[in-house]
Design a protein around this ligand. Structure first.
Ligand code: ADP
Ligand code: ZN
Ligand code: ZN
Length: 757
């Protein structure tokens, strides 16, 4: 993203910045002899204030005109050259360069960008870790395990079983990932089975069974991928590698192999896994390989615990860090590889300023550090797959499931046909029958209510018709706040009255979709009076620890049915589950978002993958009003390529990412008039541009907490062109505000937005 500056006469320079004193940029003239050598992020020497010594500074931007009189502007004195790739530069230099890139690529203030990339420092040694250690001898433990199982004390059994496999486990992992609570751990302690130790490190994280055996030999397919990544890294041209492989195809084994080979060369590794997808099984595998050289960051850590981890990284006490998005900023000076598992996950996009994407940011960090970047997913994002097919990323596919077990049998239930047959209930006849069978046999069921992206779209219960915008091919939303009965398109602002009858079939059953988990639960309790039901959604998990409690209870087989939103779809392996029902599979298709089909495909594929994880075969029922929709058909067949082929055509036709790029300009203000006039001003500023310009239109939710929101979209095949528009808009708003206009107006930028605004 570094761009040439031939045309620019002036540079914005941030002067030798300190951690707590973040200064604004100052304008300097670029002398002719440096003109084509100074890039964004370059370190330069400049005169500053009255001091005689030149000061070091960083170029954060360029401009053709300066606000000052010519004679008050001073020249840049010289350029300090910095090597790309692995350098010994300080945290601060690295963070600054990264923040400059981030500010430029995503649009935010320098300070916000710096705060994002800077990890807090801590004085003193990091706190000690608590570890649970098995002290009973294995035979006695085995006996006790059998007894717990017989007594149906499943949490105790689960912990003991885990310790028999891995005799020392970090305390946090047991509580957070094994779904075992403090009282259970204390019970095992009182029984003389375990001890809780405060240690600085793990002494024996290796499994008893594994002792003496090395890691599994990679299959030829796995070996080829790992060899490619490592040799490209060694050759100094690591690039980006995408692994497309279904769950259980051996991706994690490949990551571990790559990480250990690169770390054995004295380098370090960042492993990103969305928190919700990071299971105990995965984590324990990393502990077994890397022992106390690996550390985990998650949202339940306090700021000071996080600072502990950063400090460990800075001191070189760890080689591998596992965590969500923010783990990218771990201060590893000798970073050698970044892995992003489940790369399609939306949680990789930051939704506050700067709205960075972990994939792009990882690419930048990898470039700066000379590190390899490996992406993996069972359902790659269209973005990554497109870039792999165009040759920017290297693509590998793993097709076979190594875990054995059969893929579940998937059935699509057509809910229009159910309604025609007089079934107006939430469950199709087939799902109802299968659920009854499970209840009789004592097997577990997961019911997934797909509410993703639901934003009040209008649909017909008789035929499945969804009211879409005539200009944009996204669902219209029943507008909140602006008078009932009106619908608006969030992409172009098109507005019309909501129809009273279905425009497609004339039915009266057309309404904004509402069915929530609570209603489904009520229905289930009536329909299956004896069943034990757990509900998991935003309402039931708001209290601290409640999320874990529900999962733990379901894992202990204290319930027959787990009903929930997308929260239940990811990561958790429940061997007792043999039936997965997906209610309203198409609901996410109706969202006002061009990624609706992609999201739906990913969710359904993942949800279907939840069935039959144990030794028993699984069934999946997908309930939908659109049984012929390509996202649903391909998901039911677990056919990624088929889905991609159809979806990319649509993106090409309408110039959506990844085929084109898109910049959302978000305008917020407590005054509707101010927001509108700023939006109008930006619109006229851009009137003549050759790119596609859409809006301004009210945002998806036009007002939140009395802040009015408008959006304007620009589409262009070149990302750099969009950056240029962003800069123009920033300058324009800045100037206008300098003259007392657009007060209380805030502008945010979102490049290639992932969530609808
Ligand atoms: P993914 O990350 O794609 O879900 P994993 O790496 O977790 O796949 O592999 C799935 C299972 O197969 C794991 O239990 C793992 O231990 C096992 N496995 C992976 N690679 C091999 C191999 N080369 N030989 C034997 N078992 C393997
Ligand atoms: Zn529209
Ligand atoms: Zn209809």
């Amino acid at each position: 993203m570094l761009c040439e500056v031939e045309m620019h006469r002036y540079a914005d320079v941030i002067i030798d910045i300190s951690h707590d004193r973040l200064d604004r940029p100052f304008t300097y003239r670029i002398p002719d002899h440096l003109r084509d050598r100074i890039l964004l992020g370059s370190q330069v020497l400049v005169p500053f204030g009255k001091g005689k010594e030149p000061r070091k500074g960083y170029v954060t931007g360029f401009r053709d005109r300066a606000d000052l009189e010519e004679e008050r502007i001073r020249d840049i004195l010289d350029l300090v050259s910095l090597r790309e790739g692995y350098t010994e530069e300080s945290d601060r230099d690295f963070n600054l360069r990264l923040a400059i890139w981030m500010k430029n690529a995503y649009g935010s203030t320098m300070i916000t960008a710096l705060k994002t990339v800077m990890t807090s420092r801590k004085s003193g040694a990091p706190k000690k870790k608590r570890t649970i250690r098995l002290i009973a001898d294995p035979e006695a433990a085995e006996e006790k395990l059998a007894w717990y199982r017989q007594k149906h004390q499943l949490a105790r059994a689960r912990l003991l079983e885990a310790l028999l496999e891995t005799p020392e486990i970090p305390y946090e992992m047991v509580t957070a990932k094994l779904h075992v609570t403090g009282p259970v751990i204390r019970a095992l302690k009182s029984a003389g089975l375990v001890e809780i130790e405060e240690t600085g490190f793990l002494r024996n994280p290796v499994s008893i069974q594994d002792a003496g055996r090395g890691p599994a030999a990679l299959s030829p397919g796995q070996q080829e991928i790992a060899d490619h990544v490592v040799s490209a890294f060694e050759a100094g041209d690591p690039g980006v590698t995408l692994i497309h492989g279904i769950t259980g195809s051996g991706k994690t084994e490949v990551y571990i192999n790559i990480i250990s080979r690169i770390c054995s060369q004295g380098r370090q590794a960042i492993m990103l896994i969305p928190e919700i997808a990071l299971t105990y099984q995965t984590l324990i595998r990393f502990y077994r390989h890397f022992g106390d050289r690996v550390s985990v960051i998650n949202s339940s850590l306090s700021e000071s615990e996080k600072a502990d981890q950063w400090e460990r990284a800075r001191r070189g006490e760890i080689d591998v860090i596992i965590g969500p998005r923010s783990a990218l900023f771990t201060p590893f000076e000798k970073l050698g590889v970044i892995v992003i598992d489940e790369e399609h996950e939306n949680s990789y996009k930051n939704e506050s300023m700067p709205k960075y994407h972990a994939r792009e940011t990882a690419m930048q960090i990898a470039r700066m550090r000379g590190a390899a970047l490996v992406l993996g997913s069972a359902t790659p994002s269209l973005d990554a797959y497109y870039r792999a097919l165009t040759g920017e990323f290297k693509l590998f596919t793993l097709k076979e499931r190594l875990t054995g077990g059969t893929l579940p049998a998937v059935e699509i239930a057509d809910m229009r046909a159910e309604l025609r047959r007089g079934n107006r209930s939430i469950l199709s006849a087939s799902l109802r029958r299968k659920l009854e069978e499970r209840l009789q046999k004592g097997e577990q069921t997961m019911l997934f209510l797909n509410r993703r992206g639901f934003a009040g779209s209008l649909s017909c219960r008789a035929c499945g018709y969804v009211v879409k915008c005539p200009h944009c091919d996204v669902a219209m939303s029943v507008h909140m706040g602006r008078g009932k009965g009106r619908m608006v398109c969030h992409y172009c602002g098109h507005e019309e009255a909501a129809p009273g009858l279905c425009p497609s079939c004339g039915s009266r059953y057309i309404s904004a979709m509402k069915a929530g988990t609570e209603q489904v639960e009520t229905y289930l309790r009536q329909a299956f009076p004896g069943a034990r039901i757990l509900r998991m959604d935003a309402d039931t998990t708001s209290a601290k620890g409640s999320y874990e409690k529900i999962l733990s209870s379901f894992a202990n087989e204290e319930a027959d049915i787990l009903l929930g939103t997308q929260m239940i779809v990811k990561g958790h392996d429940f061997p007792g589950v043999t039936l997965v029902g997906i209610l309203m599979a198409d609901l996410s298709l109706y969202s006002n978002d061009y990624r609706a089909a992609e999201r739906t495909f990913q969710l359904l594929t993942q949800a279907a993958g939840r069935a039959g994880r144990g030794s028993l075969a699984g069934d999946v029922v997908i309930q939908t009003y659109q049984p012929d929709h390509y996202a649903i058909v391909h998901a039911s067949r677990q056919d990624y390529e088929g889905f991609y082929e159809e979806e990319i055509l649509y993106r090409k036709l309408l110039l959506y990412p990844p085929v084109s790029h898109m910049l959302a300009v978000q305008i917020l203000s407590s005054s509707e008039d101010a927001a509108l006039s700023a939006a109008g001003g930006i619109r006229s500023l851009l009137e003549e541009i050759p790119s596609v310009l859409i809006g301004p239109a009210p945002a998806g939710i036009g007002r939140i907490r009395d802040i009015y929101r408008f959006g304007l979209y620009i589409k262009d095949p070149k990302y750099d062109t969009l950056i240029d528009y962003k800069d123009q808009i920033e300058t324009y708003i800045h100037t206008m505000q300098g003259n007392g206009n657009f007060r209380n107006v805030q502008i945010q930028f979102d490049f290639d937005p992932v969530n609808p605004y």
